[in-house]
Structure formats: structure tokens, C-alpha cells
Design a protein around this ligand. Structure first.
Ligand SMILES: Nc1ncnc2c1ncn2[C@@H]1O[C@H](COP(=O)(O)OP(=O)(O)O)[C@@H](O)[C@H]1O
Ligand SMILES: [Mg+2]
Length: 260
């Protein structure tokens, strides 16, 4: 099971949107068995994927009791958020470490049941964000160019590399992803250019524009590539390009080829 987190300490950048779409993509286009875990008490992912709920709350992943997965599931299984999830952030430092380990151990126990696991953390730096990054194999950071600030990007990179150093040396950074791009904004075009230049090695050389078809598809509970409109085709092309790039980043590096 590949564990992926789409993370940012900022809200409104598209974490939950891209997590839902990626879940649909993996299930639809790759026939994969997908586990989606909503770590945000705002519950956006839980709402979008509500048809896929398996009646296990995310709080269970932080508790010691054994978790029994239901035998019959759809190709996407949602572990849903509840308002109580936010209480986790009040744990003492020692308890916090134990909870992060418990979360990782529960996911580890589900390795054979799914091909991919998507973790949608809240927009705060706390236990749940650390748990997501400490358990993930891969992370990508969506940003919104409108509010793009160099400092915010630096802070998030610091978080990712900090957790990697302290908790999870296997964590692979797949790159910053520009989302909600507005074509007709010269300011955003300049910001995108600047991002590509300043963070070359850390940015996916792609973008996803602001497209009404994206929230519309999610409201209907499907991928944007399944909407029949022309506007959805443009959105779909961008989204699929990004997901294909992420799939490439998850391919194992052929070390022999790299050496020779
Ligand atoms: N590419 C996009 N085009 C149009 N709307 C988008 C796009 N990405 C995100 N949104 C919208 O922006 C808002 C915030 O996105 P969301 O995924 O909830 O962000 P986060 O999980 O980072 O807080 C939502 O209303 C969502 O529908
Ligand atoms: Mg969200």
C-alpha cells in the first residue's frame, strides 16, 4: 500500500478536493483499492466521499483498540472525520508521540487490504499533520497562487523535511503543486513563473486552473473526467496530467539503471 498525503498548513488550497479526485482517479483509472482517511474535523473529504464510508471514525486510528475492517467494501473506503478529532491536539507531548505511532501502526496493519491510502490532514501543524507525514510514503503540497507567499511555502517545506528527519526517513516529497490558477490574472502568471524559477527542484512543472467543473464533479460524486461538458474536458486534461505525474513519482527508482 502506497500512503500519500496531500498536505499544507494553509486551508483552502485544494487538499480535500485533490484527495477526493485522486481517490476517484486511482479507483477508476487504475482499478486500485483505495483507503481515504479524513483527518480534518471540517470533514470535507468525508462529505465528498460519503457513499464510501465504512463506519470507522478517524479517531479509532489514534486509539489502541484493534480495528476490524468490513469484508465487503467499494473500491474506495472512507475512514471519516468527526468533530471530536480536533480534541487530539490537546494531548501532552508524550501522549502525542504515542498517538502518532499508534496511527502509523493501524495503517501498517491495513497494508494488504488496499493499494493506496490517501491522508487528508487539517490545515494546522499539530498531531494530525505530524501523524499524516510520519506515516506517508509520499507527500505533495498544493498551494494557491493568489495567496502565494514565499514564507508560507518555506514553512511547509520545513515541516515536511522536519517530520522526515525526525520520524520518517522514507517520506518522498513529490513537489509543490499550483492549484486554483487563474489564466486571466497577470499577477498569477508572474507568481507561477516565480515559483517555477525559485523552487525548481521542489515544484511540479504543472498547474491546475480554477475550474467550476471540479467542484461540480465532486458534488456529483465522480471524477471531473466523467462529466460530459467541454469545460470539464479542459479541467480533466489538467487534473489527469498532474495525477499521471504523481504516479510517475511513485514508481520505484531503478537503482541498477541509475548506477549503470
Ligand atoms: N482547481 C479548482 N477549481 C475550482 N475550485 C477549486 C479548485 N480547487 C479547489 N477548489 C475549491 O476551493 C475550495 C477549497 O478547496 P479544499 O479542497 O476544500 O481546500 P483545503 O482542503 O485545502 O482546505 C473548495 O470550495 C473547492 O471546491
Ligand atoms: Mg480540506
Amino acid at each position: 500500500m502506497h500512503i500519500i498525503s496531500i498536505a499544507n498548513q494553509k486551508g483552502g488550497v485544494g487538499k480535500s478536493t485533490l484527495s477526493s479526485l485522486f481517490a476517484y482517479y486511482l479507483a477508476d483509472k487504475k482499478s486500485a483499492r483505495v483507503l481515504a482517511v479524513d483527518l480534518d474535523s471540517q470533514r470535507n473529504l468525508s462529505h465528498t466521499l460519503r457513499q464510501c464510508g465504512i463506519d470507522i471514525p478517524t479517531t479509532a486510528l489514534f486509539a489502541d483498540a484493534r480495528i476490524d475492517l468490513p469484508a465487503v467494501r467499494k473500491n474506495i473506503a472512507l475512514i471519516h472525520a468527526t468533530p471530536q478529532l480536533a480534541n487530539l491536539e490537546r494531548a501532552s507531548a508524550e501522549d502525542a508521540n504515542r498517538r502518532v505511532q499508534t496511527f502509523a501502526a493501524h495503517l501498517e496493519a491495513m497494508q494488504e487490504e488496499f493499494d493506496y491510502c490517501l491522508l487528508d490532514p487539517p490545515p494546522t501543524l499539530g498531531i494530525r499533520m505530524v501523524a499524516a507525514l510520519a506515516s506517508a510514503d509520499f507527500v505533495t503540497v498544493p498551494i494557491e497562487l493568489e495567496e502565494y507567499s514565499t514564507q508560507a511555502v518555506k514553512d511547509m517545506l520545513q515541516t515536511v523535511f522536519g517530520v522526515r528527519q525526525q520520524w520518517n526517513p522514507k517520506l518522498k516529497f513529490m513537489g509543490i503543486l499550483a492549484n486554483r490558477f487563474m489564466h486571466n490574472s497577470t499577477r498569477q502568471k508572474a507568481a507561477l513563473q516565480e515559483l517555477f524559477e525559485n523552487y525548481q527542484d521542489y515544484v511540479l512543472p504543472l498547474k491546475i486552473s480554477t475550474r467550476a467543473a471540479i467542484p461540480r464533479a465532486l458534488e456529483e460524486g465522480r471524477g471531473v473526467w466523467q462529466l460530459p461538458t467541454a469545460a470539464a474536458r479542459d479541467a480533466s486534461a489538467e487534473v489527469l496530467q498532474v495525477f499521471e505525474a504523481l504516479m510517475k513519482k511513485m514508481e520505484p527508482v531503478n537503482e541498477e539503471a541509475a548506477v549503470n
